[in-house]
Design a protein around this ligand. Structure first.
Ligand code: TTP
Ligand code: MG
Ligand code: MG
Length: 393
């Protein structure tokens, strides 16, 4: 079968790579969980499909894990409350998360990707960097097309690929065209490629930093690149330098499997110290949702939930509970966390609370899970705890 790929290039200038240089590909699967569901249930192809919590006719709690591109046309997206998704498109097909299946597919895909790589780094359940030792981006384009073809043939799934001289550029490029995109940025075209993008396209610059930069009239990556470095460093410290390097398209981090995820956690400091159970339990719900969301992206399941409590006088306590099975259930995270934190409520005013999920495992149920286990134990490489894009910093 001949397929046409939307290959976009930032400009048709000759590449100016060093001899012996690396070219980096970032491969990210399209609508991953929803696409796998459409392979399992072919009758869903082309329909709005939402994978996530049970919508319970609009009264459900929990969030959307992901949805098909058809569902995105209704405004549905990852992380949205499932009740909202239901209101936006009640006729969508709502399916529960089947992590064991997604992990099994992910394992097979990672194996395919690794077979094309001189260096390889899994970033999340549906995303990996491939380093190719070549000074000719055309070699990388060929690798990308072969990768796409093999994944499509073997798994009936599409992916989008960004190609660039480093991880930063490859990552940003992978998101330019989706689904089934291929975007190539030659080394001499990096600044031009980045120029007009909003600063929040840079991994590590989230909403909060984006707003801080906006208040300094820095909106595009070019604004950031051209801003007075001293002022940036005064405001952001070392991260100011790093941000400006990234805005120049400079990223020296290597593609390597060096960072195994041990745990995933989130914490928050209250604006005012509090002993109000309503505020504390609501915050636990929000933290549990955030932590669970980060966990879903990695594809791991947890066995241990820990909470951290810091009182107004900076006394810090942690409490943990391990369960006898692996789970990815956000309600379980909430219930265990609330139980663990209950002994501190009413005692003293609380300054900070945190939730951490540890003892992370791939699914231990189902035969497909064990096939994946063999592969994944060698390369569970997601980065540290706070953000899946932290490797960029
Ligand atoms: P993504 O690659 O961010 O999203 P996606 O593959 O569904 O869609 P896209 O085509 O835009 O890449 O995440 C990969 C999977 O991780 C996704 O299918 C489901 C899971 N996930 C969550 O469970 N919660 C989240 O908030 C996000 C962003 C992803
Ligand atoms: Mg994806
Ligand atoms: Mg992804």
């Amino acid at each position: 079968m001949v397929r046409r790929y939307a290959i976009s290039r930032s400009r048709n200038k000759p590449p100016d790579m060093d001899p012996g240089a690396w070219t980096i590909l970032l491969v990210d699967m399209d609508g991953f969980f929803a696409s796998i569901e459409a392979v399992r249930h072919p009758e869903l192809t082309g329909l709005p499909v939402v994978v996530g919590a049970d919508p319970k006719g609009g009264a459900g709690r929990g969030v959307v894990s992901t949805c098909s591109y058809e569902a995105r046309e209704y405004g549905i997206h990852s992380g949205m409350p499932i009740s909202r998704a239901y209101r936006l498109c009640p006729d969508a097909k709502f399916l529960p998360v089947d992590m064991a299946l997604y992990q099994a597919v992910s394992g097979r895909i990672m194996k395919i990707l690794a077979s094309y790589a001189d260096t390889f780094q899994r970033v999340s359940i549906d995303e990996a960097f491939i380093g190719v030792k070549t000074d000719d981006p055309e070699d990388a384009v060929e690798t990308a097309l072969n990768t796409k073809k093999e994944i499509l043939t073997k798994e009936e799934l599409t992916c989008s690929i960004g190609i660039g001289p480093n991880k930063l550029v490859a990552k940003i490029a992978s998101d330019v065209r989706k689904p089934d995109g291929l975007t190539v940025v030659a080394p001499g075209e990096v600044c031009e490629f980045l120029d007009l993008m909003p600063v929040t396209k840079i991994p590590g610059i989230g909403k909060k930093t984006g707003q801080a930069l906006k208040s300094m009239r820095i909106e595009t990556i070019r604004d950031l690149r051209e801003y007075d470095s001293r002022k940036l460093v005064l405001r952001f410290g070392k991260w100011g330098y790093r941000m400006q390097d990234l805005a120049r398209g400079i990223d020296r981090s290597e593609v390597k499997e060096d960072c195994t995820v041990k745990s995933i956690g989130r914490e928050l400091t209250f604006e005012e110290d509090t002993s109000d159970p309503g505020i504390i339990y609501d915050s636990i719900d929000a933290l549990a949702d955030e932590t669970h969301r980060a966990l879903s992206k990695t594809g791991y399941l947890f066995r241990t939930v820990s909470v951290k409590v810091r009182s107004e006088d900076f006394d810090t306590h942690t409490r943990s509970k391990s369960i006898g099975f692996t789970s990815s259930d956000p309600e379980l995270v909430k219930n265990i966390s609330k139980n663990l934190i209950s002994e501190f409520i009413g005692e003293v005013k609380i300054r900070l609370i945190g939730i951490r999920l540890s003892n992370l495992r791939i699914a231990d149920n189902g035969s497909s899970g064990s096939v994946y286990r063999f592969h994944c134990l060698r390369e569970p490489c997601i980065t540290r705890q706070t953000s899946i894009y932290e490797f960029i910093r």
